[in-house]
Design a protein around this ligand. Structure first.
Ligand code: HEC
Ligand code: HEC
Ligand code: HEC
Ligand code: HEC
Ligand code: HEC
Ligand code: HEC
Ligand code: HEC
Ligand code: HEC
Ligand code: HEC
Ligand code: HEC
Ligand code: HEC
Length: 395
């Protein structure tokens, strides 16, 4: 350890006011603190902070270990040889093993950063608190801010090609419930990502890998998860269909909104339509679709007829849109629904003769009528024009 001039002055001063220290066999925590509590925090003279706040240390989870619990090599003063770096691994081997597989450990190694990576989330090494302590940086209510120190930093996001997640999350229903309502059961970063073994979304073992997302959300939304896997979308995802929607396809990842929010309700019709173009196009031609297009929500959108999670093809007798269930499905909003009412076509497609023969011929007839009317009057106007030209010339 290099002793700068500033440090030399501190050493001499401290030795002078701590008589007995130099002769002690092994220093007690109290003796260590008597010097380190009054030491200056890092500055130009002391590049490493030598100050250990005794009040903070006494309330930390490690206080019962004493200084020697971690700095077991520091026995006397002056500290010769120079104190070794403390590694958390000595006592938390199991966590270190999980952590070492994470994206964070990989980036730490690549960037060759020296101080224990654990401190990024757990804070000051001398003030580490239990995860259940409301003051801890990893307490659920504080965690988004802790991860957000990096994941709310646009420069870091750009450098690693990541989304600046913190801002999106904090405005979401989960972020709102957590930060405004103090709801401990709302999803915080570690509910979906884990704490130590955080993996990339492209790693099939990650809870955020596409195929694992429903189970991750399902740890809290168990009822929805079960219905989703009963429906076509869940079955298709399980079967490995890359085009099937996971929860986040409809709800987004970090920006999840309350489902009754008007903006989300209107946007989600287009989300279904991204994958079901024909379904959306024909829906737009209906009464329900036109009302939605005007920005009103008091009408039927895709999921009011198809359900939101337990979606089944119309050919499945259990489907809400199977012919025999239409009276009850439409009847949720329309009073006194009869079998003839439900013959109303919710997906009129005048171009599909097999699916909608009546509509097809009606549209064909109307188009022909339109065409012949235009043709007749077009001809009529032409003949009229020729006649007036002759009349003009005669005059
Ligand atoms: C008489 C005052 C005094 C006492 C008592 C004392 N220290 Fe120090 N400690 C210093 C000073 C001054 C430095 C900086 C110069 C140096 O490294 O020797 C220092 C440095 C350190 C460093 C490392 C500095 C670095 O740059 O890496 C550690 C760790 C440390 N002390 C831990 C302890 C522990 C643990 C105890 C009790 C077992 C203790 N100290 C007791 C004064 C003291
Ligand atoms: C839970 C283990 C633990 C305990 C207990 C502990 N320390 Fe530390 N201490 C650390 C870690 C980790 C660092 C940061 C070391 C690093 O940067 O590699 C550190 C750093 C220091 C430093 C600054 C040196 C540096 O390199 O930044 C001093 C001084 C120090 N400790 C003194 C003490 C004193 C005095 C006590 C008792 C009051 C104590 N420590 C108790 C883990 C501990
Ligand atoms: C990316 C942030 C992050 C890093 C880095 C991190 N932790 Fe944690 N740690 C957490 C969170 C979040 C919790 C709380 C987990 C929970 O609520 O279940 C936690 C909890 C803990 C606990 C409590 C016991 C447990 O399993 O829940 C210990 C011990 C711990 N961490 C030690 C470490 C050690 C040692 C390291 C370094 C190898 C480390 N942590 C690195 C975020 C982190
Ligand atoms: C000398 C062994 C030792 C070292 C080194 C050590 N710890 Fe601990 N740590 C413990 C013990 C023992 C406990 C349990 C305290 C308890 O249960 O009250 C603990 C508890 C914790 C907790 C709280 C667990 C909880 O229930 O929420 C965290 C977080 C933690 N340590 C993080 C760290 C970090 C980070 C480091 C490295 C800077 C570290 N520890 C170094 C022994 C150690
Ligand atoms: C409700 C679950 C959930 C919560 C809460 C959550 N995430 Fe995510 N996160 C995911 C999923 C799922 C993905 C994968 C998204 C994908 O495939 O594009 C992801 C992706 C990420 C990514 C990489 C994606 C990218 O586009 O760069 C980062 C970084 C991230 N999350 C950080 C966080 C942080 C920080 C928090 C807390 C502020 C958080 N997440 C909260 C589920 C969640
Ligand atoms: C000290 C800064 C820092 C902190 C604190 C931090 N991260 Fe990260 N995180 C990074 C960096 C840098 C990367 C990029 C790693 C890479 O792409 O190689 C990363 C990557 C990630 C990824 C992987 C993105 C992907 O899919 O490729 C996720 C998920 C993630 N972090 C979540 C979290 C969560 C959750 C927390 C809080 C518990 C957290 N991070 C705390 C710096 C941090
Ligand atoms: C195909 C799109 C889609 C997928 C995939 C999807 N949802 Fe939904 N979800 C919706 C719609 C639409 C609603 C709104 C229903 C309404 O207005 O009542 C909704 C509502 C919800 C609600 C509010 C409660 C409720 O049932 O109305 C939760 C919670 C929810 N979804 C979670 C999930 C989870 C978890 C998954 C994955 C297992 C998931 N969703 C998959 C479209 C989807
Ligand atoms: C840790 C538990 C937890 C996890 C994991 C979780 N959520 Fe939530 N979620 C909640 C809680 C609690 C609420 C209710 C918040 C409120 O009402 O204030 C909620 C609300 C919602 C809502 C709004 C429901 C409504 O009635 O408007 C949707 C949508 C939602 N979550 C989707 C998801 C999706 C998608 C995932 C996975 C990517 C997920 N959640 C993961 C706990 C969780
Ligand atoms: C990410 C693309 C995607 C999104 C978004 C999506 N779906 Fe699907 N949907 C599929 C796929 C793929 C299938 C086919 C599953 C199969 O046949 O195995 C399917 C099947 C269906 C079926 C059954 C059709 C049939 O003929 O079997 C209905 C009905 C349906 N989806 C309605 C919806 C509704 C309503 C929404 C919006 C709430 C929606 N989908 C959102 C991809 C999507
Ligand atoms: C008023 C109720 C209602 C609304 C609203 C509705 N549908 Fe349908 N949908 C049905 C019925 C009934 C069927 C079965 C008869 C048919 O195909 O016309 C069906 C069939 C489907 C099919 C399967 C077609 C096939 O040939 O297998 C898909 C896909 C579909 N709808 C998607 C959507 C999408 C996407 C939306 C929103 C843009 C939507 N639906 C809105 C009632 C509705
Ligand atoms: C979520 C409620 C809801 C569901 C489910 C629903 N509708 Fe509607 N429907 C409405 C409302 C509200 C109107 C009034 C105009 C508007 O605002 O769109 C309407 C208008 C209509 C109209 C035109 C006006 C009229 O009353 O004659 C027809 C036809 C119709 N719906 C048929 C159906 C059929 C068939 C089904 C079932 C396949 C169905 N609707 C399911 C809410 C619903």
């Amino acid at each position: 350890m290099m002793l700068t001039r500033g440090r030399c002055i501190i050493v001499v001063a401290l030795m002078a006011c701590s008589p007995g220290v130099a002769r002690a066999a092994a220093l007690t925590t109290q003796q260590c603190l008597r010097c380190h509590d009054v030491m200056p925090a890092s500055g130009p003279q002391t590049p490493v902070s030598l100050s250990v706040n005794s009040k903070m240390f006494k309330s930390s989870v490690h206080s019962m270990l004493g200084c020697a619990g971690c700095h077991s090599d520091v026995k006397a003063f002056p500290h010769i040889p120079a104190p070794k770096k403390v590694v958390c691994l000595t006592c938390h081997g199991e966590i270190e093993t999980r952590y070492s597989q994470s994206v964070h450990a990989a980036v730490w190694k690549k960037e060759n950063l020296k101080y224990p990576a654990c401190l990024n989330c757990h804070g000051n090494p001398h003030g580490i608190l239990a995860k259940t302590n409301p003051e801890s940086p990893v307490y659920p209510l504080n965690l988004p801010r802790t991860c957000g120190r990096c994941h709310g930093n646009p420069a870091l996001a750009r450098r690693y090609g990541l989304t600046n997640v913190y801002a999106l999350y904090i405005d979401s229903i989960h972020g709102f419930a957590l930060s405004r309502e103090g709801l401990l059961v709302a999803a915080t970063c570690s509910s979906c990502h884990g704490a130590h073994r955080i993996l990339s979304r492209t790693n099939p073992a990650s809870p955020t890998y596409r195929a694992n997302i429903p189970a991750t959300c399902g740890t809290c939304h168990a009822g929805v998860e079960a219905r989703y896997f009963n429906g076509v979308h869940g079955k298709a995802l399980k079967a490995g269909n890359a085009g099937a929607p996971a929860c986040t396809s409809c709800h987004t990842v970090h920006q999840i909104a309350q489902v009754q929010a008007v903006q989300w309700q209107l946007k989600t019709v287009a989300t279904c339509g991204n994958c079901h173009r024909q379904g959306l196009r024909s829906y737009r031609d209906t009464f329900h679709g036109q009302v939605t297009a005007l920005g009103f929500v008091a009408t039927a959108r895709c999921w009011n007829c198809h359900r939101s999670h337990e979606i089944l093809p119309p050919s499945d007798p259990a489907s809400s849109v199977a012919p025999r269930n239409l009276v009850s499905t439409c009847g949720r909003c329309h009073r006194g629904v009869t079998a003839s009412f439900v013959t109303y076509e919710p997906h009129p497609n005048p171009h599909d003769r097999a699916l909608n023969p009546l509509l097809y011929y009606a549209a064909l007839f109307m188009n022909l009528l339109l065409l012949s009317v235009f043709a007749f009057f077009g001809l009529h106007t032409l003949v009229w024009f020729v006649r007036s030209w002759f009349e003009e010339r005669e005059r």
